[in-house]
Design a protein around this ligand. Structure first.
Ligand code: SF4
Length: 438
């Protein structure tokens, strides 16, 4: 099969900022203790400077900008606690304030560690400074062939949706390579991406939030045709009617609004919107999670039929492993921003190698009550993607973790006849030299 999409070492980090600004303007909220003292200090300083400067305009402007939020927070705190600390705060000597500010500024610009680990690049500035990065996707590689469905599974927050959106350039990747039909699209801007948008589409998880409530169904579906200037008006109407029929909706709903439909019907509208441009690849981002079970079955069958009919490739992101098993040709398992195992669907479900995949599969209920099922219950929570554990990121929860190895050395992805996994122990078991004494 021809390769359609190739992802190489893809990374997407989100900066974690200290948002002083939000507390500053959040008059309804309760000012945090640190913020309260901070504002109180600065307002004291500017009050004194304003007086000392003979009320020059610039100082009065600064004074007003700092003083009123400070008073608002102080009053709020007084109201919440009944304490009179704010009065005391306004009497603090301005010099102490300047020392605090200097220490604050210096500590921001020095490299080193904070409580999240090493400080990231761009760690500077007073407001909205970057404290750390959420490593939502951290070095992911895979490819998808024409007419292939790659299932992507993993716990909530492991980076599945971020991968889908980054591939489509709805989010800018931090690093890595995205190729579409051997063309590098990683650095393309939104104008350069526009022709490709016809070929790369997405179906969103929430059929209630993903449709504009102010637009009729007809306008929602034909919007792509209008943007890409495809066909004359009559042709567009015909194309919209045709695609509606294909997804199982009547033609007479064009002038109705999304709120007039059920969840399943709305998701069909979302599918019609993705299909109208005749795409080659669709990211189905939890496309059935918000639907009830009977509607889920209809939508899955519809997606499978469309794949057969139009030769579409899917990245199928889902939680439900039985659905993924049903629809996917290959399955990738994600944990904390990395792919830990990737194999053909039948191979992965019959012979999972990675301990995390085994635990995940053990949670799928079997329809046969006579089958004895051993459930692997993982201990602890998923670590924070801001500061993932050293070595193998699964080691704090892994029943097979080897001290001194798994907590220090990150496992590399190994390919065993198309079955990829990243685990020291499995690698040793599979590739251990035959025992000479046997
Ligand atoms: S590398 Fe170690 S900690 Fe990670 S999955 Fe394998 S055995 Fe578990």
């Amino acid at each position: 099969m021809t390769e359609l999409l190739r992802i190489e070492n893809l990374k997407k980090y989100f900066p974690v900022r200290k948002v002083v600004k939000d507390n500053y303007f959040n008059f309804r909220g309760r000012g945090r203790r640190a913020e309260f003292w901070w504002f109180a200090l600065i307002s004291t300083i500017f009050s004194l400077i304003t007086v000392a400067s003979g009320f020059k305009v610039i100082y009065i402007i600064f004074h007003l900008a700092i003083f009123f939020p400070s008073i608002t927070i102080s009053i709020r705190r007084l109201h919440d606690t009944g304490k009179t600390g704010w009065l005391l705060a306004l009497l603090i000597i301005p010099v102490i304030g300047w020392i605090v500010i200097l220490v604050f500024l210096c500590s921001d610009s020095t490299p080193g560690e904070n409580r999240y680990g090493p400080k990231p690049e761009g760690y500077s500035g007073l407001l909205r400074r970057i404290k750390a990065h959420v490593k939502a996707v951290d070095g992911v590689s895979f490819s998808i062939s024409e007419k292939e469905t790659l299932g992507l599974v993993g716990e909530s927050g492991c980076g599945k949706t971020t991968i889908g959106r980054t591939i489509l350039k709805l989010l800018e990747p931090t690093d890595g390579l995205i190729e579409y039909r051997q063309e590098d699209i990683t650095q393309l801007n939104s104008n350069q991406m526009r022709p490709l948008r016809r070929k790369l589409q997405i179906i969103f998880q929430d059929p209630y939030a993903s449709l504009n409530p102010r637009m009729t169904v007809g306008k929602i579906i034909r919007e792509g045709l209008d943007i890409h200037n495809i066909g004359e008006k009559k042709e567009r109407d015909a194309m919209v009617a045709e695609v509606l029929e294909r997804v199982g909706l009547p033609r007479n709903i064009l002038d109705r609004y999304p709120h007039e439909f059920s969840g399943g019907q709305r998701q069909r509208v979302g599918i019609a919107r993705a299909l109208i441009l005749n795409p080659e690849f669709i990211v189905c981002d939890e496309a059935i999670s918000a639907l009830d079970v009977s509607i889920q079955a209809q939508i899955i069958n519809l997606l499978a039929d469309l794949k057969e009919e139009y030769g579409i490739a899917y990245l199928f992101i889902a939680h439900d492993l039985s659905v993924v098993e049903h629809i996917s040709d290959r399955v990738a398992v994600m944990y904390l921003g990395k792919i830990v195992e990737l194999a053909k669907t039948s191979e992965l479900f019959s012979n999972p190698l990675h301990p995390y995949t085994k635990a995940l599969l053990s949670s799928v209920p079997k329809p046969d009550p006579t089958l004895q099922q051993e459930r692997i219950v993982l201990q602890g929570d998923v670590p924070s993607p801001i500061a993932p554990p050293a070595g193998c990121s699964f080691h704090p929860r892994c029943p097979l973790a080897v001290k001194g190895l798994c907590d220090t050395k990150e496992p590399l992805t190994v390919d065993s006849d198309g079955h990829q996994f990243a685990c020291h122990v499995v690698e040793e078991e599979l590739f251990a030299p035959p025992d000479a004494s046997a």
